[in-house]
Design a protein around this ligand. Structure first.
Ligand code: GLA
Length: 429
């Protein structure tokens, strides 16, 4: 009798263990909400994050009205349904840091309702909310930053309901010093990465160190989900790598080459934000790009499994901008669950070809014309590192239709700076 009561009690406690808790790797009991929070943290950014950032269009002039109207426009334009979910306020949301409490205030003139209320508004639209800070003493826009206040700031961000933190690297100790620059960057990002994790809130951590300290080598280890590979991309087609001014779309693509092995579910190379639709307006300028060049940025960012952070004023998009940003066929390449970054397989006389393996044994192929005149190309499967024994059907993601191709080859005609993108699916026998 006693024995059976005891075994009943033991089974009851085992069952209740399953109901209210689990045992973690070190044998400690965790409750269900802790377990689901930690798996939500582990499952962040399984595909490249998509959203909008205030920097390119608004810079210093960002305010709560703009953010609320942007959230509305992202929903009403269909951008939310296309996958753009994170709305990120970049630099210039901050006020003073209180010297006694160490609390970082927000700018109450431009954000009179406060950041928490703004996050609530963004969440009420079914979107996610992001914010910006910097690992040094000041941000790149000379606002108070998080050096020495990482835990305090992370806790405050979590209390506000922040889902994404872009973390810059201006004004850091040992910046560009001969002997400690690299190690310092890893330390600073790890300190914030740990602080974010300690809040228990799933927060995407966007490392913005611009590439000089090879963040693709350590970004994931310090808790990052994406890391900038380049300096800021301006609204311009071609401008070489340069620390003191913006680079062009082409340079940003080139900087991503050979980094594909560092990207995958949970951690992505970030060639900076989209300039599509800016047309030399907004904050960052750069001279502007034409429609073909904007479309090429979208194509190549998707081929490279890049985070897609829009950077135009989505409240006032023209039809061309909409058609580029809302192209679900090209977005599907970016968001493919296999999570492979595409790579260059061919480069000659200004014409390049890229390949991105996709789920379901499919492959995306892109042809890019860097030249100033129209050009055409035909490449055999072997030049594209494709299996010549497979017969593929070819779908043009900008024409939104299947296209006929001569057997064993892929051809494309490209206007100057144009990029053609095809999805190849093995035909059923
Ligand atoms: C740096 C970043 C930009 C932007 C500004 C804000 O330049 O690279 O993306 O966040 O700072 O000051």
């Amino acid at each position: 009798m006693y024995k059976s009561l005891r075994s009943a009690l033991i089974s009851l406690s085992i069952i209740s263990l399953f109901i209210v808790g689990c045992v973690n790797k070190s044998g400690e009991l965790q409750n269900v909400s802790e377990v689901s929070a930690s798996s939500a943290i582990e499952n962040l950014a399984q595909t490249p994050p998509m959203g909008w950032n205030s920097w390119n269009p608004f810079g210093k002039n960002v305010n709560e009205q703009v953010i609320m109207e942007t959230a509305d426009a992202i929903v009403s334009s269909g951008l939310k349904d296309a996958g753009f979910t994170y709305i990120v306020i970049d630099d210039y949301w901050q006020g003073e840091r209180d010297s006694a409490s160490g609390i970082l205030n927000y700018n109450s003139e431009r954000f009179p309702s406060g950041i928490k209320a703004l996050a609530d508004y963004v969440h009420s639209k079914g979107l996610k909310f992001g914010i910006y800070s910097d690992a040094g003493t000041l941000t790149c826009g000379d606002q108070p930053a998080s050096f020495g206040y990482e835990e305090k700031d992370a806790r405050m961000f979590a209390e506000w309901g922040v889902d994404y933190l872009k973390y810059d690297y201006c004004y850091c100790p040992d910046y560009a010093s001969q002997n400690n620059d690299y190690k310092m960057a890893i330390d600073r990002y790890k300190t914030m990465g740990d602080a974010l994790k300690a809040t228990g809130r799933p927060i995407v951590f966007s490392i913005c160190e611009w590439g000089p300290r090879s963040p693709w080598l350590w970004g994931k280890e310090v808790g990052g989900h994406l890391w900038r590979t380049s300096y800021d991309v301006g609204d311009k087609w071609d401008e070489p790598r340069n620390e003191s001014s913006q680079i062009g779309i082409l340079t940003s693509i080139d900087v991503m080459m050979d980094l594909e092995r560092f990207a995958g579910p949970g951690g992505w190379n970030d060639p900076d934000m989209l300039v599509i639709g800016l047309r030399n307006s907004g904050f960052i300028k750069g001279g502007g790009c034409n429609e073909i060049e904007y479309r090429t940025q979208m194509s190549m960012w998707c081929m490279l499994a890049a985070p897609l952070m829009m950077g135009c004023d989505v409240r006032n998009m023209d039809e061309v901008t909409k058609s580029i940003l809302l192209n679900k066929d090209v977005i599907a390449i970016d968001q493919d669950p296999l999570g492979k970054q595409g790579f260059r397989v061919y480069r000659k006389d200004g014409i390049e070809a890229f390949k991105k393996p996709l789920s379901g044994n499919r492959v995306a192929i892109a042809f890019l014309n860097r030249n100033t005149k129209e050009d055409k190309i035909t490449l055999a499967y072997k030049d594209l590192e494709l299996n010549k024994d497979i017969k593929y059907s070819v779908y043009d993601v900008w024409k939104h239709s299947e296209v006929q191709q001569p057997a064993g080859t892929i051809s494309a005609v490209m206007r100057s700076h144009e990029c053609q993108v095809y999805v190849l699916s093995p035909e059923k026998k």
